[in-house]
Design a protein around this ligand. Structure first.
Ligand SMILES: [Zn+2]
Length: 116
């Protein structure tokens, strides 16, 4: 359920193996442009961060919108983008995480026990 990080050069080599009619310089340029867009904060129409490898070929979109699959599995992503692909999650001890903990409903039995 995660991207496999890969360098642009390595990915282009794999891409060209499957698409022998493509030009290495063009494929590389598209990936570099899309990676720059990713770094600039470009997002998919749904609000998620873009999937650089898919977006280079299909236009700006996140993994889910481009592939229709919920999570990447053995799918490549440019290494520089793959570590930042996940939406920020609440870190341990962060205010957000504390709030989630406090918002959990108290079990009914515990309230009754306190009242008796
Ligand atoms: Zn999307």
């Amino acid at each position: 359920m995660a991207f496999v990080p890969i360098s642009i050069d390595d990915y282009v080599t794999k891409f060209l193996a499957g698409n022998p009619d493509s030009e290495r310089s063009e494929v590389t340029a598209r990936l570099e442009e899309t990676l720059a867009d990713f770094k600039a904060g470009t997002r998919c129409a749904c609000g998620a961060r873009i999937w650089v490898i898919g977006s280079a070929e299909a236009g700006h979109g996140c993994f889910r919108c481009i592939t229709g699959e919920a999570y990447p599995e053995e799918d490549y992503e440019i290494a520089e983008a793959s570590t930042k692909t996940a939406e920020p999650r609440a870190a341990k001890g962060s205010p957000l995480r504390e709030a989630n903990f406090l918002a959990r409903p108290v079990k009914r039995g515990r309230i009754e026990a306190m009242e008796s």
